[in-house]
Design a binder for this molecule. Structure first.
Ligand SMILES: Cc1cc2nc3c(=O)[nH]c(=O)nc-3n(C[C@H](O)[C@H](O)[C@H](O)COP(=O)(O)OP(=O)(O)OC[C@H]3O[C@@H](n4cnc5c(N)ncnc54)[C@H](O)[C@@H]3O)c2cc1C
Length: 312
């Protein structure tokens, strides 16, 4: 049985906080408290945390920017490892090395300052480098993996490894860092010299496009469902065609301006969001014979057994 007090004694020197409201750490602004959040500030501290958790066989959750999460209203019992203190960004020639907790937006700005092209498509993608690598985040038909030269990561036992991605390691919304407890420490992005004015123009275009699509109008986690080629059209379009745009449950709503985004119009709970997700799943399955798969990550202690099955 995990003993929180004993654990805090053992990781003496590494910042921890108890009863942390996750609604303040997620872009959806929903979710209960995490019993314990750990804030390692270096690779060595993170290794120490993983070794201790591994010795106690205690599962944990890694928190990046919290922009792709649905945290249960009852909160999270397992220790949460936040990467926010690991945020160094270093430019060396045409390469940028960024620690997991660095904001993707800041890495894009560092590339612009250095006159390096290649990351423009990721500008204004919410969240951290670790989250983008883990989710293989994609925008405008391009994915994070395309610009990755290498990824340094820790396994559950704290051992450090470097992945030099080869074909097949990453796929649509898929990476080797899913469902196995690995923690991304840092990523090296391979870029090329470019014209600063053109780089900035491409970044501004990406930002304007997101604003125009309503990405920042309300708290959300971006697209809720993956696209699936078998449907023959984007999942958002299937949701629109099913007439579900604008559907509400409590403070949650399927965005009136985008079928694949659920928004928090004020006071939404994770349970409200899950009702809308299940409604979409059932309706689309009834209409098309296939069930759409959420891309958002469920974490914590859900009331509903179905949601608990989804947690990773
Ligand atoms: C307005 C809006 C627009 C969005 N647009 C897009 C888009 O265009 N394309 C897209 O792909 N996504 C989009 N998203 C979703 C989200 O921004 C991305 O998935 C993002 O990459 C998640 O990063 P994060 O740091 O917030 O991860 P989190 O939400 O904190 O975590 C997501 C998952 O990654 C894991 N994780 C986080 N850090 C690490 C780490 N260091 N090591 C191992 N695992 C880790 C977590 O455990 C969790 O499983 C959008 C979200 C919002 C709110």
């Amino acid at each position: 049985m995990f003993n929180l007090r004993e654990f805090e004694k053992k990781i003496n020197g590494i910042e921890t906080r108890r009863n942390v409201p996750m609604a303040q750490r997620t872009s959806f602004h929903v979710g209960g408290n995490a019993d314990l959040v750990i804030f390692p500030a270096s690779e060595m501290e993170l290794q120490r945390v993983l070794r201790l958790l591994s010795a106690e066989r205690t599962p944990y959750f890694v928190l990046g920017g919290g922009t792709n999460l649905i945290v249960a209203d009852k909160g999270i019992r397992e220790p949460v490892i936040a990467t926010e203190k690991l945020k160094r960004i270093a430019v060396d020639g045409c390469r940028i090395t960024a620690e997991a907790g660095a904001r993707v937006e800041d890495v894009c700005l560092a590339a612009l300052n250095a006159g390096l092209s290649g990351l423009e498509f990721l500008y204004k993608l919410p969240g951290s480098v670790g989250g983008a690598v883990r989710m293989n985040a994609r925008c405008y038909e391009r994915s994070t993996a395309e610009v990755l030269e290498s990824v340094r990561y820790l396994k559950t036992d704290g051992s450090a490894h470097t992945l030099l991605p080869t074909d097949g390691d990453f796929g649509y919304k898929r990476s080797p860092f899913q469902n196995n407890g690995t923690v991304v420490l840092s990523a090296v992005f391979r870029l090329e010299p470019g014209d600063r004015i053109q780089i900035e123009a491409a970044m501004n275009a990406a930002e304007s496009d997101r604003i125009q699509k309503g990405h920042f109008r309300f708290p959300s986690a971006g697209s809720i469902f993956k696209n699936d080629r078998r449907f023959g059209k984007p999942t958002g379009q299937l949701i629109d065609e099913a007439g579900l745009r604008g559907l509400t449950c409590g403070g949650a709503q399927i965005a009136p301006y985008h079928g694949n985004i659920i928004i928090n119009t004020g006071g939404a709970t994770a349970a409200d969001i899950c009702v809308l997700i299940e409604t979409v799943e059932e309706t689309v399955e009834r209409n098309c014979g296939l069930r759409p798969e959420p891309e958002t990550v469920f974490v914590g202690d859900f009331e509903n057994a179905e949601e608990n099955k989804r947690t990773r």
